[in-house]
Design a protein around this ligand. Structure first.
Ligand SMILES: NC(=O)c1ccc[n+]([C@@H]2O[C@H](COP(=O)([O-])OP(=O)(O)OC[C@H]3O[C@@H](n4cnc5c(N)ncnc54)[C@H](O)[C@@H]3O)[C@@H](O)[C@H]2O)c1
Length: 258
């Protein structure tokens, strides 16, 4: 997928997957808006991108995905900077069973709001160029995970929400596609406290599960992301990537075919 001259907005992009995805997009020629609640880290990330690519290829937007005024301001800033938008990656997330309410706000409601703003900005019938929404869920959005039941619920929600949008017959006329990205454990900051039971339930079981599933490098996740980018038709696709079974790309049956 050539992204030359295209524009992407990535939430939770100060570090981890979001930062790595932004770098892939920059390499493929896109301009990126790095949106994150972490200002210092986000600005440092953007400054390194600007040095490596060029100053006008990336900018930072302070954005808490639970706050509508931030989300609106971020979409407005993208329009002001680049005059277009082609790709939105709703990636911001936390994993902390002790903060379950906040976790649903960020992981599920944040994705819902980001997707709604994305559709309005992208849809061709309202002056957009069409485009793609990638919602970052998790393997915990596809199979039960009893050490993190609320995290799993938030990520199941993201899969159901994304698949429902992908099943919308009106999407075609809008020129918008929706897909979902579902990795297992990978070595980013979100793992801290999950692997030892501080942010998950049953410390011993958490350690066992992490040992059994293994922990991927960010590069293994990036490889799956690149495969997703290269698919000709991405609507309704669910990409899973696991240490044990590698990359798997599926387009599950839509509701009206059940
Ligand atoms: N690393 C894994 O094992 C793993 C596995 C499956 C899915 N995921 C998902 O991948 C996504 C990225 O996580 P990561 O692994 O890169 O972890 P990470 O902690 O390195 O990155 C998460 C980013 O989200 C940002 N963020 C948190 N709350 C926010 C908010 N309210 N508004 C805006 N930004 C906010 C953080 O500041 C951080 O930069 C998350 O949705 C996570 O659930 C991660």
């Amino acid at each position: 997928m050539s992204l030359s001259g295209k524009v992407a907005l990535i939430t939770g992009a100060a570090q981890g997957f979001g930062k790595a995805f932004s770098e892939v997009l920059l390499k493929r020629g896109a301009n990126v808006c790095v949106a994150d609640i972490k200002v210092q880290t986000g600005e440092a990330t953007v400054s390194s991108f600007q040095q490596q690519y060029s100053i006008d290829r990336a900018f930072f937007a302070k954005c808490d995905v639970t706050q509508e005024k931030d989300v609106k301001a971020t979409f407005d800033a993208v329009k002001k900077h680049y005059g277009r938008l082609d790709l939105v990656i709703n990636n911001a997330g936390i994993a902390d069973e002790g903060a379950w309410n906040k976790m649903i706000d960020i992981n599920l409601k944040g994705v819902v709001m980001g997707s709604q703003y994305a559709v309005e900005a992208l849809r061709r019938d309202k002056g957009g160029n069409g485009g793609l929404v990638i919602n970052v869920s998790s393997a915990a959005g596809l199979a039960p995970v009893y050490i993190t039941p609320v995290y799993a619920a938030s990520k199941f929600g993201v899969v159901g929400f994304t698949r429902s949008w992908a099943d919308n017959p009106h999407l075609g006329s809008m020129g918008v596609s929706f897909c979902c990205f579902c990795p297992t454990f990978a070595e980013t900051e979100i793992m801290k406290g999950v692997d030892d039971g501080k942010k998950s339930l049953y410390a011993e079981d958490a350690r066992e599960l992490v040992k059994m599933l293994g922990v991927m490098s960010v590069q293994e996740v990036v490889d799956a992301f690149e495969q997703l980018l290269d698919l000709p038709d991405k609507n309704g696709v669910i990409v899973t990537v696991t240490k044990r079974n590698g990359i798997n790309i599926k387009r599950p049956n839509v509701a009206n075919k059940l």
